[in-house]
Design a binder for this molecule. Structure first.
Ligand code: DOR
Ligand code: ZN
Length: 432
């Protein structure tokens, strides 16, 4: 199968390429990039007016499989990913059972292999059952093929245990993906602690809930040398702490999710669980700092924290609903609309934060369009304008605060290893 992508704006952060060009894909690999390429391709894609980027890589996805298949399965999650322009996703371990041993790792990876729509990688839990009491079977999971260690959904509050895990992470050369939340400071909070929370009568979550653990984790990374990646940073001080750590040469990277750079806590008008996620939406000052951090390079990655829940679970007060919103099918458009279109990020930086940096953090040979690399690509129309419609999602989750939001930027084609795994032209026929 040969595919020729014609006349796109080719963006490759690895080589700092940003130029109009054609891309030829042969045998699942990037074969040629150049102007006016001629080939007897099986398929020609007209990418005029579109970005041609390395397929997006999401370091933070909840696939809910095993155990919560009513929220999402490997298959529906993979379909949502392909529709969102992602070609590689990292699944978090807070399933039931938790991914804390090799058997569960193999279960997810085998299922993903059968679905074959996106590269699915798995993060292993740090403690058994994510109970925070004893380390999980880390060596067994490494042998089964995990790509990272994470306790996502919570922090390992026992600092001694966490330090031990970091030393094992160094031994096995695994990044630690840290969900930073001090369990003792939360006090049942459901949204940011501020005037709006008071108005709505909701218990608040302070910035310190996050910042205290970020500081702790950075100190532990300094001491152990573990590669620390800070998940879903939401506060102003998280950006400061990451900047300082980097200045000191500590091996730390950080991610920001689209909801945290798009919305503020003040925009929660009523008690609506589609605005409930962890960490919560923060203030304008926090959002501005996150955007500046992304723009200046302090914040490395845009990840989704795709967290599907069922309608029933979310159709109740914020006080009762679970934390989390879906993100795979809205991330690229929100990044385009809120960051690129407003001049905070260049298109090349978008490709860097959504693909190249995540690949580097996991040590993958992806996230670039270099000749000979796997042909994982996304063709993205930066000018397409439309309203987000959650009913179109491939994800089982419809829990998003962005339903009805006017955005710019549409994934047109997603290609995985030289195979088209999502095509907007095929989908749009359903709506015409
Ligand atoms: O909002 C969130 N949802 N934050 C998390 O850390 C976990 C996630 C989930 O698993 O639902
Ligand atoms: Zn988390």
């Amino acid at each position: 199968m040969e595919i020729l992508i014609k006349n796109g704006r080719v963006l490759d952060p690895a080589t700092e390429t940003d130029q109009p060009a054609d891309v030829l894909i042969q045998d699942g690999k990037i074969a040629k990039i150049g102007t006016k390429l001629v080939a007897e391709a099986d398929k020609v894609i007209d990418a005029a007016g579109c970005f041609v980027m390395p397929g997006f890589i999401d370091l933070h996805v909840h696939l809910r499989d095993p155990g919560f298949e009513h929220k999402e399965t490997v298959e529906t999650g993979a379909k949502a990913a392909a529709r969102g322009g992602f070609t590689t996703i990292l699944a978090m371990p807070n399933t039931k059972p938790a991914v804390d041993n090799g058997d569960v790792v193999r279960y997810v990876l085998n299922k993903a292999g059968d679905v074959a729509l996106v590269n699915v990688l798995q993060a292993g839990a740090i403690t058994k059952g994510q109970r925070g009491e004893a380390l999980s079977e880390i060596e067994d999971m490494v042998e089964a093929g995990i790509s990272a260690l994470s306790e996502d959904g919570k922090s390992v509050m026992n600092t001694q245990l966490y330090r031990e895990a970091m030393m094992l992470a160094v031994k096995y050369d695994m990044p630690i993906l840290a969900h930073c939340e001090d369990a003792n400071l939360v006090h049942g909070g459901v949204m940011n602690e501020d005037e709006n929370a008071k108005r709505l009568g909701m218990p608040g979550i302070t910035n310190s809930v996050e910042d205290v653990i970020i500081a702790r984790d950075i100190i532990l990374a300094k001491e152990t040398g573990a590669k620390l990646h800070l998940c879903h940073c939401s506060t102003k001080d998280s950006v400061e702490l990451v900047a300082k750590a980097k200045e000191c040469g500590i091996p730390v990277t950080a991610e920001v999710c689209p909801h945290h750079f798009t919305l503020t806590s003040a925009e929660i008008e009523a008690d609506d669980a589609n605005y409930k996620m962890n960490p919560p939406l923060r203030t304008r000052a926090d959002v501005d700092a996150l955007i500046q951090g992304l723009s200046e390079g302090t914040m490395d990655v845009i990840s989704t924290d795709h967290a599907p829940h069922s309608k029933e679970e979310k159709n109740c007060s914020m006080k009762k609903a679970p934390f989390g919103i879906v993100g795979l099918e809205t991330a690229a458009a929100l990044t385009m609309t809120e960051l690129v279109d407003k001049g905070h990020l260049t298109p090349l930086q978008m490709a860097e934060k959504m693909s190249y940096r995540p690949a580097q953090i996991l040590g993958l040979d992806r996230g670039t369009l270099k000749i000979g690399r796997p042909a994982d690509l996304v063709v993205f129309d930066p000018e397409a304008e439309y309203r987000i419609d959650a009913e179109w999602f491939q994800s089982k989750g419809r829990n998003t605060p962005f339903h009805g939001k006017q955005v710019k930027g549409r994934v047109k084609t997603t290609i995985l290893g030289g195979r088209i795994v999502y095509d907007w032209d095929a989908e749009r026929k359903n709506y015409d």
